[in-house]
Design a protein around this ligand. Structure first.
Ligand SMILES: NC(=O)c1ccc[n+]([C@@H]2O[C@H](COP(=O)([O-])OP(=O)(O)OC[C@H]3O[C@@H](n4cnc5c(N)ncnc54)[C@H](O)[C@@H]3O)[C@@H](O)[C@H]2O)c1
Length: 450
């Protein structure tokens, strides 16, 4: 290990050092805040969003898993926030990149955010006196991004791997809203461009963040692993969605089937049917592997099949709504349809790729008056009226359960709901005995009306 690397490692062992975090969203903000808990760590937190930087400076959190108090304490401990990359790169030794990695309208990976940060790193590392830096990418991306693409951008600035920079890929695995697992206790995979880099970066994650590090033999193996984890979920959700639509017709309860299958003590992992995929990861990440697979003349058939099934679930839900309304002699057109829960998963406000969005838009196009009952989402972020539970019970022709936030009290809602207002439960949240005459549930037997 050269003198510079040894000095960084030794500083980190003493819980000292300087780190910059680029991208302060769901992934980056918790990392910056946890690092800043260490009194002698200098943390530079950078985001191009002035709104986010202002919010941090005022100690107002915009993420469920980070409290205002956490931010207040980080600010008190000297967290440096900025929309500009310069000071952060010039004054830190390690940079952690946590920027978005979306796909465009054609499903093609959009790495522009990673490229922008890397360009800034290249330019500024080459201006540093010692011209040395360690760069850790946490954003989900396809294998070879770190070793080939990031490296070649840095080389454009006259910087050389092992001499001026080292690279690492350590995918984030957080599950926003999950009270049991967070950045401090989810084991992290780490693949680096050298053994010494592994040593130093592991010291940061284990010593400063407090998480357990699992070694990958290279950044590209770590990148592949992250995509595999999410494709595994995408494919298994598609499988259970497809089986759920058959179960409905066969008078079989898919949720009972899953509970029974779960009793097998090995080789089975439960996945649950629902109205479609949501969030930043599962609907997007599979396309990253599919994109790079083309370069290797490989065709990943499972991803397309799974996308087809998952993306068709909104139409299946519309079909269930149509059926439920038909039973009370109503049509979608002209009905007040209230969606309970609008975010992509329970107990968070995140709307990214929420299945509620295509469902509500399709209902609107069919002539429904769509309304939303979700106290977590901000009214500015949705184009339909947000109503409270009391108004939902008074003014709905039909209720659809899309995202079952924990605060919804189902027994109480059902008890006080007119039985001529059907519920379409797309998540199997209501216990069987709670379904009333006109209610229908995705994945449960669709009984004939007697
Ligand atoms: N959200 C999750 O649950 C989750 C879980 C695991 C992995 N990931 C992955 O982590 C990455 C980040 O996801 P996220 O959910 O935190 O995204 P996010 O959109 O919440 O946050 C990303 C932030 O990066 C900022 N940004 C964009 N360009 C920048 C630049 N050049 N410099 C500084 N900041 C910049 C944006 O303004 C934004 O605030 C993605 O690759 C995602 O796939 C997300």
């Amino acid at each position: 290990m050269d003198k510079w690397m040894a000095s960084i490692k030794s500083k980190l062992e003493n819980k000292e050092g300087s780190i910059s975090v680029f991208g302060l969203g769901y992934v980056g903000l918790p990392i910056a805040i946890v690092t800043a808990k260490n009194d002698n760590m200098k943390v530079y937190a950078v985001d191009i969003s002035t709104e986010k930087i202002n919010s941090i400076q005022r100690a107002i959190s915009y993420i469920e898993d980070v409290s205002d108090e956490d931010i207040f304490n980080a600010n008190k401990n000297g967290l440096v926030t900025s929309v500009d990359h310069e000071q952060a790169i010039l004054e830190s030794d390690i940079s952690i990149i946590c920027v978005p990695t979306p796909v465009d309208a054609f499903g093609i990976p959009k790495l522009d955010y990673i490229y922008d940060v890397t360009e800034a790193l290249g330019k500024l590392i080459s201006m540093k006196q010692n011209k040395k830096h360690i760069i850790v990418l946490e954003s989900t991306t396809y294998p070879t991004t770190t070793e080939v693409e990031i490296r070649s951008i840095l080389e454009k600035y006259g910087l050389a791997l092992h001499e001026n920079f080292e690279l690492a890929f350590s995918p984030e695995r957080i599950d926003p809203g999950n009270k049991d697992f967070n950045v401090e206790n989810i084991p992290k995979i780490l693949g680096t461009t050298s053994e010494n880099t592994f040593d130093v970066v592991r010291t940061y994650y284990e010593g400063i963040i407090g998480t357990q590090i699992v070694k990958a033999s290279s950044p590209r193996v770590a990148e592949f692993t992250k995509l595999f984890e999410n494709i595994f979920r995408q494919v298994n959700i598609a499988l259970v969605n497809e089986l759920a639509t058959l179960a409905e017709k066969m008078q079989i309860d898919m949720f009972e089937v899953i509970e029974l299958a779960k009793t097998k003590p090995f080789g089975f992992l439960p996945h649950y049917p629902g109205p479609g995929l949501g969030g930043h990861c599962i609907p997007v990440d599979p396309y990253y592997l599919q994109y790079i697979s083309k370069k290797y003349k490989s065709t990943l058939k499972f991803i397309d099949v799974a996308s087809d099934i998952n993306e068709g679930m909104d139409d299946h839900v519309i079909g269930l709504i149509h059926l439920a309304l038909n039973r009370i002699s109503k049509s979608i057109s002209g009905s007040n349809i209230t969606l309970f829960g609008y975010s992509y998963k329970p107990n968070v406000s995140d709307l990214r790729n929420s299945p509620a969005i295509p469902i509500s838009n399709k209902l609107r196009d069919l002539g429904a008056n769509v309304q939303i009952c979700d106290s977590l989402v901000s009214p500015d972020s949705v184009k339909y009226p947000i109503i409270n539970e009391i108004d939902a019970k008074k003014n709905s022709t039909l209720i659809v359960i899309i995202t079952p936030h924990a605060y919804f009290n189902w027994p109480q809602i059902i008890e006080t709901l007119d039985e001529n207002i059907p519920i379409v439960d797309t998540r199997g949240v209501l216990p069987n005995e709670m379904y009333r005459k006109y209610d229908i549930a995705l994945g449960r037997p669709i009984k004939e009306l007697t």
